[in-house]
Design a protein around this ligand. Structure first.
Ligand code: NAP
Length: 297
């Protein structure tokens, strides 16, 4: 198959591209800054319009859109929040504009989104049927998804509400692994907030499954079936690295250090992948202990 990634040079996109290429698929990656020597990279300008690059979508089978400025890379100033939002909304608008203008549009758009869609939910079990929250990330995700849905008259649209993707070389685990390895890790805030985690391999397999499963459309929580609280995650990670984890990071300290972004680590969602379960997707890593044992072995 001919598969187009947008923002595929990042943490998730690289793993997905490797998996798709291994299966013999031709992958093209739309990138603002094509990597030297990476033939798959095609330059694009995700400004809401479709440029010359749009011809790559003509006759392609699927588009996977993961583009967006890093959520945890900078403090959330008003300017950063505008970048977080516009980078996702405009990149999606560019993809949708291209889909609508090519003569032979692809059959599927898998569009990035996040469990942040649901906002702060405490211990409430959250499925894809749960209503959106009312904070910055919820509004951003809802707008991002609305933009992708503009393509649904033309093709199948799957919205991937991704949780915390676990791998030692990216995302949240890469950021917190060192303190845990040297024995100064600990829970964040009260530790009672849920962490909707997913092993990177399961995230990749879920996208591959969405490509192959022609009835899968609409929202999907890309999260493992057993979310854990931050305190449980802390204990599991300490066990996996054989170190104690008794130095909690207080919520007020995190708010001081991270600003409004701290809210996304101090509140969470007990998200479960109800739709993937309903349609028969099988997770390889069902428990946090199994996932961490595999990732840190
Ligand atoms: N990793 C997670 O745990 C997680 C959890 C929930 C949701 N997600 C979402 O899933 C998507 C992919 O995640 P990731 O971890 O792979 O992200 P990532 O490593 O930050 O990669 C995202 C890609 O988006 C492109 N990009 C960066 N800034 C951009 C901008 N201002 N405008 C347009 N494109 C831009 C970059 O590609 P180029 O530089 O090549 O253009 C980058 O490689 C993101 O939208 C993220 O919010 C991730």
């Amino acid at each position: 198959m001919k598969i187009i990634l947008a923002g595929g040079s990042g943490f998730l996109g690289r793993a997905l591209a490797t998996r798709l290429q291994r299966d013999g698929h031709a992958v093209t990656n739309l990138s603002r800054h094509p990597r030297p020597g990476v033939d798959a990279d095609l330059p694009w300008k995700p400004d809401g319009t479709a440029g010359q690059w749009a011809t790559a979508l003509d006759g392609a089978d699927a588009v996977i859109n993961l583009a967006g400025a890093g959520i945890a890379d900078h403090r959330w100033t008003e300017e950063r929040k505008r970048t977080l939002r516009s980078s996702r909304v405009l990149a999606t608008r560019s993809v949708v504009t291209a889909i609508r203008q090519v003569a032979r549009p692809p059959a599927l758009l898998v569009n990035g989104s996040a469990v942040g869609y649901y906002g702060a939910r405490g211990a409430e079990v959250v499925t894809e049927a749960t209503s959106p929250g009312a904070d910055f990330l919820s509004d951003l995700c809802a707008e991002w998804e609305r933009e992708a849905e503009q393509a649904s008259p033309v093709l199948r649209v799957a919205l991937l509400r991704t949780g915390l993707v676990l791998h030692p070389q990216g995302g949240v685990l890469e950021k917190i692994l060192l303190p845990f390895r040297i024995g100064v890790g600990g829970r964040l805030g009260s530790g009672s907030q849920y962490m909707p985690w997913i092993h990177l391999d399961d995230w990749v397999e879920m996208v591959v499954w969405l490509i192959a499963n022609h009835t899968a459309r609409g929202a999907f929580n890309a999260t493992a079936p057993t979310p854990v609280t931050n305190a449980e995650f802390t204990r599991a990670l300490a066990r996996a690295v054989h170190r104690p984890a008794f130095l909690p990071v207080p919520g007020f300290g995190l708010r001081l250090a991270l600003g409004e972004f701290a809210n996304s680590v101090l509140v969470g969602q007990r998200a479960i992948p109800a739709r993937a379960a309903e349609l028969g997707f099988e997770f390889r890593f069902q428990t946090i202990d199994a996932a961490l044992a595999d990732l840190l072995r």
